[in-house]
Design a protein around this ligand. Structure first.
Ligand code: CA
Length: 233
């Protein structure tokens, strides 16, 4: 693989420099943008492998940038923002972001998230080997094609939602701990990951649960983790 090419969108020069230096240590190529309009020009003209996106930019909200990029590209977008509320994260993910990191973040954490985004295609191919398909009630996961379906309709899942769905479905009936899940998804277990897991679980449930407040498929075990239930036919 060629060197990954990362677009860094951040108006705070100290954070921009920190991220740029981090990219240099990994020998990744990068461009930087300090505003939304610059970010859009760079995204179109440079076609980066991954976009690292701050939400609070001087000229536009990062969520608008996600929507604009998603109108023509599915390039991975990782949001890096000081907004810590779950609803802000869900808004960004609903708009099409792939992952979310809350400031302050550690460099190792950023790199772990970046590696997940860079690997996502390989993962989809890899998971198909042992088992082809999973069916549970109205839910169907086609591991070979990397698609999920609910009541016959294809689900529009982000790569992380899809990984989560695969992990839960391959362990149907078992309680998976927060630590186990975050290790499988991100290869790590920082506090931010457990907070992110709650957010991704909320966005996944919106897609597969008729009533996300009373989930049928994914059960929460407070303080422990999550379990996919086998639906009785
Ligand atoms: Ca900012």
């Amino acid at each position: 693989m060629n060197k990954p090419f990362i677009l860094i969108v951040e108006d705070d020069s100290a954070i921009r420099n920190l991220i740029s230096t981090t990219m240099e240590t990994q020998d990744y190529k990068y461009h930087t943008a300090a505003s939304g309009s610059e970010a859009l020009i760079e995204a179109v003209s440079q076609n980066p492998d991954v976009v690292l996106l701050d939400l609070g930019l001087p000229d536009m909200d990062g969520v608008e940038i996600i929507k604009k990029i998603r109108s023509w590209s599915n390039m991975p977008i990782i949001v890096i923002s000081a907004r810590a509320e779950d609803r802000d994260k869900i808004e960004a993910l609903d708009a099409g972001a792939d992952d979310y990191l809350t400031k302050p973040f550690s460099v190792e954490e950023l790199l772990a998230r970046l590696r997940v985004s860079l690997r996502r295609i390989n993962y989809t191919q890899h998971i198909g080997r042992e088992q082809v398909e999973f069916v549970n009630g109205d839910l169907r996961v086609d591991y070979a094609s990397g698609c999920g379906y609910f009541a016959g309709e294809e689900l529009h899942l982000t790569p992380i939602e899809y990984k989560l769905l695969c992990l839960l479905s391959k362990n149907v009936g078992k309680v998976l701990t927060h630590t186990y899940i975050t290790k499988e998804i991100w290869g790590s277990t920082w506090d931010n990951d457990i907070a992110s897991l709650r957010v991704f679980m909320a966005t996944l449930r919106k897609k597969i649960e008729k009533n996300p407040a009373q989930p049928q498929y994914i059960q929460t075990h407070v303080g422990v983790g999550y379990r996919m239930l086998r639906i009785e036919e």
